[in-house]
Design a protein around this ligand. Sequence first.
Ligand code: SPQ
Length: 426
Amino acid sequence: MKLQTNATGLSGKLKVPGDKSISHRSIMFGSLAKGTTRVHDILRGEDVLSTMAVFRELGVTIEDKGDEVVVHGVGFDGLRAPQKRLDMGNSGTSIRLISGVLAGQPFSAEMFGDDSLSKRPMDRVTMPLRQMGVVISGQTDRDLPPLKITGSDHLTPINYTLPVASAQVKSALIFAALQADGESVIIEKEKTRNHTEDMIQQFGGEISVNGKEIRIKGGQTFTATDVTVPGDISSAAFFLVAGLIVPNSEITLKNVGINETRTGIIEVIQAMGGDLTITDVDEVAKSATLTVRSSELKPTEISGDIIPRLIDELPVIALLATQANGTTIIRDAEELKVKETDRIQVVADMLNDMGAEITPTEDGMIIQGKSQLNGATINTQGDHRIGMTAAVAALLVADGEVILERSEAIQTSYPTFFEDLSHLIV
Ligand code: SPQ
């Protein structure tokens, strides 16, 4: 696909699609509750469609009525053994969280995914799940997918300190703990996105969170409820960056999720001196309107406990930093290496191919600012966030063209991305 280059400005309003993490969890909790859950503004990206297909295979009726998705929940005790292998597609969230759900089920299943997912380590969930009494194994010593699992209806509660900052590992253990015989204690390495914890409360369950310590009792039941999914700040990030770096731009993004465990990018933009305003804050829905305008940007340092609060935005933040007035440093982000691609190396290679000066490091990047970007041929390598970062970078290319190979990867999290981008180009 040939990308639009040399935009003279971006202007307009947009409602970005629903949050991917919350959309996955709305299907999971809807299925595990008793009764009918109606989900509004769900993301229909391929990852979430994978989660829906898996729960249908586990015996849950899920209807997509266009304006809402209706989940006829069966409870933890109503899932049935799948008749075929469970296809998780490209989705790390699906395979890891569903491992936690299946942990407490008295049947066997096999989970697999695409080429990218088949390279991602699952040992971070299999090791603690084994401690709880689950029989689970994958390929090589890292337990790569496919994963075979046989759950147990007598799970041992766990007391576990996470060795990595991961919402997926935390959530998998929470799903298992909800089915265990007693109370589990899970301690996070760093605070990560807390949509699972929020949704337990929304569905009438009980969870105690004290800083990084989470206590959760087994044997809980959930009651169906209605969920409205706010816009995904990880999708909004591409337009926030575009609006800041393309001259003569002003973009307004409505109904963006601003859960405090996800707003690291807002703090980075503010630290860089970007022109960003936040209005229409809805404290209950945890959403707001964000407006950005073209800005002169300062370099910054991004490290420590902010990293999990902006982990998926780092590819496009790296692009933002190529236009700042100085050197930006990203540290403590070694988790980027185990995403859909090694996002440290792939981001550095992609932007360097376009003329940026980025040095990849063991746990981040050193990014020189004020780079002139040029045309290049970029391959997403199957990573949606690489594809969307390339598309935004292309807006800065004065001469030459940007060719994007394997652009279909963007369907993972943002099927209408190019349509939305084209509405903003002046
Ligand atoms: O689902 P997947 O493929 O892992 O998606 C990504 C993404 O960029 O969309 C990561 F590659 O988001 C993860 C995120 O990085 C979604 C997520 C969640 O919903 O719980 C948590 C984060 O992953 P992790 O490994 O830090 O828990």
